[in-house]
Write a protein that binds this ligand. Structure first.
Ligand code: SAM
Length: 327
């Protein structure tokens, strides 16, 4: 078991397959990154991802999420999913949904039964404006395709003030007849994404908007849950808020992250980077490096709780962007 100095057991690994993305979301930092359907020698290969994941799994990891960038732009994404499917873990993925139709059978064969799809608006024109790509219809069709194939579908919505906060009730209405699980994510600061505290639409504000129209009931959280979950009686879906900024939930953190280049981060906000792929390629044992990284994990927000406070405007906590680290 990979336990840190605050007695948190780390059994969840998020692997970024690429920092490339086919969308250009305004608040993410993909604008200057290449569009991909390529692999690159600085990236972990499919075989390296498999071997490195095996070491984490041997040490207690029981859940792996593939993310990015957009994980499904990697041309060997299917091979990677197939390789990881042989392990006795919960395998999941976060995607913008554009290529899901090409992967339905791969997901099923790999035993993936829960997929997170990111979608910040239910208005086609607004989607084009946010992502700079005309893929709204395809994403909506793919969400329906996932539901038709009995996947548990979570929709990630980054809630930003004066950007999409006027759509919160529309997202809720969407869950009336469809078993979708909407997760409103508080806007987080990353290098180059022009964050300011004024743009954060908080957990409390989100609940205020929803309570103007609905009575809802809080669901019980599990130990490592990042989302505070709620349901509206007689609605098929649920909603949740990921309150990273207003109410961080670090005490139950069980997460470790690997970038596409095989660098390990012990926290989304942490600055400390461990070169797992470099060590692996040099033929060194990576197990001690994993333990060292987790042992040095800070109690909260990667030790950045001084910076990520409500008094500072335009805080940039780190050099690596969300897309580099994998959201
Ligand atoms: N391409 C995939 C996708 O769209 O889901 C996976 C990577 S994306 C970076 C993962 C998630 O991070 C998305 O839901 C995205 O909206 C979210 N995200 C990106 N930047 C964010 C920010 N500054 N604050 C909060 N969430 C953010």
């Amino acid at each position: 078991m990979i336990i840190d100095q605050y007695n948190r057991n780390h059994d969840y690994l998020r692997i970024s397959l690429t920092d490339k993305c086919n969308l250009r979301c305004e608040y993410c930092t993909a604008e200057y990154l290449p569009i991909g359907k390529s692999t690159n020698s600085k990236y972990m290969s499919a075989a390296e991802i498999d071997s490195i994941a095996a070491v984490f799994i041997k040490n207690g990891v029981n859940k792996i999420r593939l993310t990015g960038g957009e994980p499904l732009v990697r041309k060997d994404a299917k091979e990677i999913i197939e390789k990881l499917s042989k392990y006795p873990i919960k395998l999941t993925i976060t995607t913008n949904g554009v290529f899901v139709n090409d992967f339905i059978e791969t997901f099923k064969n790999a035993g993936i039964n829960s997929v997170n799809v990111s979608l910040d608006t239910l208005v086609k024109e607004q989607y084009l404006s946010i992502t700079k790509r005309d893929e709204f219809d395809k994403v909506m069709q793919n969400i329906d395709l996932l539901l038709a194939n009995n996947f548990h579908v979570k929709i990630n919505v980054v809630a930003i003030k004066n950007f999409n906060d006027n759509e919160i009730l529309n997202f809720i209405e969407w869950t009336k007849d469809k078993p979708l699980h909407i997760r409103f994510i508080e806007f987080m600061p990353f290098s180059g994404n022009e964050w300011s505290k004024d743009k954060v639409f908080t957990h409390e504000q989100i609940l205020d908007v929803i309570s103007s129209k609905h009575n809802f009931i809080k669901l019980i959280n599990e130990k490592n849950d990042t989302a505070k979950k709620y349901f509206i009686p007689n609605y098929k879906g649920t909603f949740a808020v990921i309150s990273t900024m207003s109410e961080p939930f670090c005490s139950g953190c069980n997460r470790m992250r690997l970038t596409a280049e095989g660098k390990m981060y012990n926290c989304l906000f942490g600055k400390q980077e461990t070169d797992i792929l470099g060590a692996f390629r040099a033929g060194n044992d990576i197990e001690p490096l994993i333990y060292q990284s987790v042992k040095s994990k800070k109690e909260m927000l990667g030790g950045n709780n001084e910076n990520i406070n409500w008094g500072k405007e335009n805080t940039e906590t780190r050099e690596i962007s969300m897309i580099g680290l994998g959201g």
